[in-house]
Design a protein around this ligand. Structure first.
Ligand code: PMP
Ligand code: GLN
Length: 381
């Protein structure tokens, strides 16, 4: 065996893979990894297969299909009033994950500090570390995971290169408010600090709240990469398509990396999605669609012993069980799979340091009967 020096010695297999595999092994209902268990729109499948049949099966342009980049720019303009130039400021990516990794690769030099809010989506910290960057994490606590911007200010040093935002947030379902963004604008003003705004759940926001996209704020434009995912938008997480928005000078650096880590992404799907998204109706109903699922899941879960935490967006509901027992959340998640037949995600997986929060995350992007069956099992606890 040839020994290699690990670049990520403290990183194991992602929790999503671990829990989904365990769920499969024990035939548990899988509310762990975030993906829908229902089909996407037949019309979209029709558009994609038509593109395949018509022979659009070779490389797409490096930055993405022009029609798709135009549709994205129109959507961003319609929703947030921002003008991203489709030619130079929009790039189609192999999902949000690649957009995040590519943006970080384009900007982070060894020794650069990146501020993240924990619990944080699990790809951020390893990506920063791979690039020789230092993660400065701000650990937020349940039930509300509020951000104290004075604390964020304390994390700023001369080495601060970037701050990663994620609203609606995975795993907490929390959202940034206008007040949060105003604090961020004040904090970053007259600095060179960049923002990576992971907005993959932009269309999944509840109770009439308005998504606080960075694209709404011209003050943040020059320093921001915005990441989006067609997986969430179209119920097609397996297609692994998304995009990144950034001002031209940042996008130029992004594309230098993008061209060598993927070059370009799936042509027929880009054609199908461009055609499909021409009608804004395809995404305007998404919040109410998911709000119904959230409401159903919360109503059902109210009959269990779990305590529901607030959920304002994303397709995740977190619950606390600290009043039930003091088991570690990783143990509790395994117990729920093995003894009750329901898979969840232990929220400690989204922190770098150990904690004793006793919080689990459930994905409610599932059919009504899946949610009913899962909660019926959970009521036995
Ligand atoms: N960011 C967050 C917060 C996510 O939850 C996910 C995926 N679930 C991604 C990024 C990655 O998106 P994609 O699946 O398009 O790579
Ligand atoms: N984003 C999804 C989640 O949070 C899963 C993504 C993945 O499996 N990498 O569950």
């Amino acid at each position: 065996m040839i020994a290699i020096q690990s670049k990520l010695p403290h990183t194991g297999t992602t929790i999503f893979t671990v829990m989904s595999k365990l769920a499969e092994e024990h035939q548990a209902i899988n509310l762990s990894q975030g993906f829908p268990d229902y089909e996407c729109d037949e019309k979209l499948i029709g558009f994609v297969s038509e593109a395949m049949r018509k022979g659009f099966n070779q490389y797409a342009p490096m930055s993405g299909l022009a029609e798709l980049r135009s549709v994205i720019a129109e959507k961003v303009n319609l929703l947030y009033g921002a003008n991203y130039h489709p030619e130079s400021e929009v790039t189609v990516t192999a999902g949000g994950t690649q957009a995040i990794f590519t943006a970080l690769s384009a900007c982070i030099h060894p020794g650069d500090e990146v501020i993240i809010f924990e619990p944080a989506y699990d790809s951020y910290a390893p990506a920063v570390k791979l690039l020789g960057g230092l993660v400065k994490s701000y650990e937020l606590a349940p039930p509300n995971y509020d951000i104290d911007w004075e604390m964020v200010k304390k994390l700023f040093t001369v080495k601060t290169k970037m701050i990663i935002l994620n609203s609606p947030q995975n795993p907490t379902g929390c959202i940034l408010s206008e007040k949060d963004i105003k604090a961020l604008i004040k904090l970053t003003k007259n600095t060179d600090v960049l923002i990576l705004s992971d907005e993959v759940y932009e269309h999944i926001i509840f109770d009439g709240h308005k998504h606080q996209s960075v694209a709404l704020y011209p003050e943040l434009y020059e320093r921001s990469f915005i990441v989006a995912s067609f997986g969430k938008l179209l119920h097609t997480t397996g297609w692994k398509l998304g995009y990144c928005l950034a001002p031209e000078n940042l996008m130029k650096e992004f594309r230098k990396v993008h061209q060598y880590n993927v070059f370009s992404v799936n042509t027929p799907m880009q054609i199908g999605i461009a055609r499909y998204l021409k009608d804004p109706e395809t995404y305007q109903h998404l919040s109410s669609f998911f709000q119904q699922k959230r409401d159903l899941f919360r109503t059902l879960m109210a009959e269990t012993k779990f305590k529901l935490l607030p959920c304002h967006g994303s397709y995740f509901q977190c619950v606390s069980y600290e009043h039930i027992n003091q088991e570690k959340d990783t143990d509790m998640a395994v117990k729920l799979i093995k003894e009750y037949g329901v898979a969840s995600i232990p929220v400690s997986a989204f922190y770098m340091r150990n904690n004793d929060h006793h919080v689990l995350r459930f994905c409610f992007a599932k059919k009504q009967e899946t949610l009913e069956k899962a909660v019926e099992r959970l009521t036995k606890l």
